[in-house]
Design a protein around this ligand. Structure first.
Ligand code: HEM
Length: 207
């Protein structure tokens, strides 16, 4: 019999790792240009403006909005069914499982705010281009915004990196405890490295 839940769950998993993973890397790469100053970041943002508008919009909808909406909505459904018990058992795996869900909840709120304010309202409604100056003004005038943005990036990075470990288990890539531990350690090293890059480019707005 055709098991719909099985295939929807696999699609959810692929969407998270491939589509959203690529968006996360692109985002960190572009934003890290802020460390080179206004010309470097504005240049990187300007490169994207060179893509013809209909193609760019098609990519934003097809490669970001649709996978994100599917992953987020089905993810909320999965998270609502989750039984978090880190306090009771305290194993690293249980904490990772709970953190995967808690970061998902934070990401729902953060991404609605982030995409709603910067992409839909600022760029879409008012027609103001996103630039180094705009971001610097946003962060330096509000420490709370800066903290919430750093937490949003940390949540997305942890959620993605821990997701690499669970993805490898789900798809049968890591079958035994040894290979699962190796992937888990490597993905947490990637998590630490990406968090440090985030702190570096966010900090560069204040220098
Ligand atoms: C917008 C809010 C989001 C929600 C509600 C959400 C929810 C979830 C949930 C509940 C899981 C666990 C699935 C399971 O145990 O089978 C999960 C896995 C995953 N998520 Fe998300 N997520 C969100 C955003 C993101 C983002 C932005 C990324 C990438 C940067 C991402 C990447 C992943 C990956 C790679 C997995 C692991 C897939 C697997 O285990 O096979 N998610 N997500």
């Amino acid at each position: 019999m055709f098991n719909t839940t099985f295939y929807v769950r696999r699609l959810h998993s692929l969407c998270g790792l491939l589509c959203l993973g690529m968006v996360l890397f692109e985002h960190i790469f572009t934003n890290s240009m802020a460390m080179g100053g206004p010309a470097a970041l504005n240049g990187a943002l300007g490169m994207m403006e060179l893509i013809p508008k209909p193609i760019f919009l098609g990519l934003e909808i097809g490669a970001i909005a649709v996978p994100l909406l599917f992953h987020a909505i089905y993810g909320v459904y999965i998270a609502l069914q989750a039984n978090n018990n880190p306090g009771r058992y305290g194993y690293v795996r249980n904490w990772s499982f709970a953190l995967q869900r808690w970061t998902a909840w934070y990401l729902v709120a953060f991404l609605i705010w982030h995409i709603g304010y910067l992409r839909l309202y600022t760029k879409g409604v008012t027609g103001t281009p996103i630039s180094y100056e705009l971001l610097q003004n946003l962060f330096t005038t509000s420490p709370i915004t800066t903290i919430l943005y750093i937490l949003g990036m940390f949540a997305a990075i942890f959620h993605f990196c821990n997701g690499i470990t669970t993805f490898c288990m789900t798809w049968g890539i890591t079958k035994g405890p040894r290979s699962q531990n190796v992937v888990s350690i490597l993905s947490m090293c990637l998590c630490a490295a990406l968090c440090l890059v985030t702190l570096a480019f966010m900090g560069s707005y204040f220098i």
